[in-house]
Design a protein around this ligand. Structure first.
Ligand SMILES: [Fe+2]
Length: 275
């Protein structure tokens, strides 16, 4: 079957059909796929039938898999796979569900010294309705701002912390040290610059208190995220979605009953120190 690539929206996203990523790829085909992923930042590979080992092979085409910090969610026997099962959602002190994964626009594991280049999500069990994932092209978001605002943002440095909602004491002990990252990072392949942070993993911006930093970043997202830079993915059975964290942010929409038990498997690919 011929491999076909089709854009999913103007700002980002490409759909790939006619390929079984659990099989070996020749170097040219592999490079072609990674180039398309980098150019479009989100790749939706349709009709995959992936065992846990198959998922590791499929995503392993794009680099070595990275250890994730949510040790309580790791799959037994496959320690590089996190199982995102909405039925395991905790209930907070206020009686509300504490979503697994971030509530807001974010980029995965941004507290790490070398955050993952790519995150991949594989649909294992989908709710009948809802549960879309949104993606925002943060290179476009940055480019659309005026020169003064861009210069101001480029001066900011993020001091990170580990997300404390699903991490265990062991996870927190392994990530005790705060890291710093530029708020605006440069894509090592394309040279394009993008807004880069995870709101739940920001302790503060250098030179600002935590409260002021939170407000500043919330207002930034409000200003930047617009339909013109986003793509909303409606999941289909067999979808493997791979995203380039170096240029975009994503959001999980929680418009379904978590007790249904929607399951996605997540793996991350090792990355570089952002600059
Ligand atoms: Fe995420």
């Amino acid at each position: 079957m011929a491999v076909t690539l089709m854009p999913l929206s103007e700002p980002l996203g490409v759909e790939v059909t006619g390929i079984d990523l659990s099989q070996p790829l020749d170097p040219e085909a592999r490079q072609g796929l990674e180039d398309a992923l980098i150019e479009n930042m989100v790749m939706v590979v349709r009709d995959q039938d992936l065992s846990p080992a198959g998922l590791e092979t499929a995503v392993g085409h794009f680099g070595p898999l990275m250890q994730q910090h949510l040790t309580s969610l790791l799959m037994e026997g496959h320690p590089k796979i996190v199982v995102l099962d909405s039925a395991k959602t905790k209930v907070g002190a206020d009686g509300k569900f504490v979503p697994i994964g971030a509530r807001d626009w974010h980029t995965d594991h941004a507290h790490q010294e070398r955050p993952p280049n790519y995150s991949a999500l594989y649909a294992v069990r989908l709710s009948p309705k809802g549960g879309d994932t949104g993606f925002a092209n943060m290179q476009m978001g940055y480019a659309r701002l005026g020169p003064d605002k861009r210069a101001e943002l480029a001066r900011h440095v993020v001091v990170t912390k580990i997300d404390d909602r699903y991490s265990t004491a062991k996870d927190r002990a392994a990530h005790r040290e705060a890291r710093t990252h530029p708020l605006i990072r440069t894509h090592p392949v394309t040279g394009r610059q993008a807004i880069f942070f995870h709101p739940g993993m920001v302790d503060h911006l250098e030179g600002m208190c935590a409260e002021a930093s939170r407000t500043y970043l919330e207002e930034l997202l409000e200003e930047v995220i617009a339909p013109e830079i986003t793509y909303r993915h409606e999941w289909r059975s067999g979808d493997l979605v791979i995203m380039d964290n170096r240029g975009m942010m994503h959001i999980a929409h929680r418009d379904y009953d978590p007790m249904f038990g929607r399951i996605l498997h997540r793996v991350l690919v090792e990355g570089e120190v952002p600059y």
